[in-house]
Design a protein around this ligand. Sequence first.
Ligand SMILES: [Fe+2]
Ligand SMILES: [Fe+2]
Length: 185
Amino acid sequence: MNTEISRLRQEHVNFRKLLDLLEEQLDLFHRGESPNYQLMTDILHYMINYPDRFHHPREDAIFACLVKRNSGTAQSVEELARQHHVIAESGARLHENLENTINGALMPRQMIEAPGLLYVTYYRRHMEKEENDLFGLAEQLLRDDDWEQVNTGARLEPDPIFGAGVEDRYCALCGHVSKMNGGVS
Ligand SMILES: [Fe+2]
Ligand SMILES: [Fe+2]
């Protein structure tokens, strides 16, 4: 299996764990319990600072090469690029609402719960579409010079939670992930 695509698939596994954690917290609203706002903020902080900045641009670069090799993928590629924008914008808004809540602003529950659930659902569908529609084709069709172009165009940074070392600000979140089935891998 192509190592670049394997990395993206593994990152999806990581992102799903964080989305599951976020969903668990959002479910607490329904049960009349208080969610852990700091945990939710940390999740969104990661989502807007790692996937939005490094995972999605890398996919955009890979998918742009894929369109050159198979023009039939153009519609899916365009849709997924649009979804990257939607994810980045809605994630940033949700993160801001969560931070404001922590800082004492009276945020109506609906400013967090509904957008949060929408974010989780939308993100999961987005990853499924990438895995089902494009990852396999990219593995088959991209050539060495395409991968070189991807590597020069989209830089890679170490993952601050699932990489070699955990960044200090994510230590508490990492503890929650470790308690889940599969932990931090
Ligand atoms: Fe994506
Ligand atoms: Fe992805």
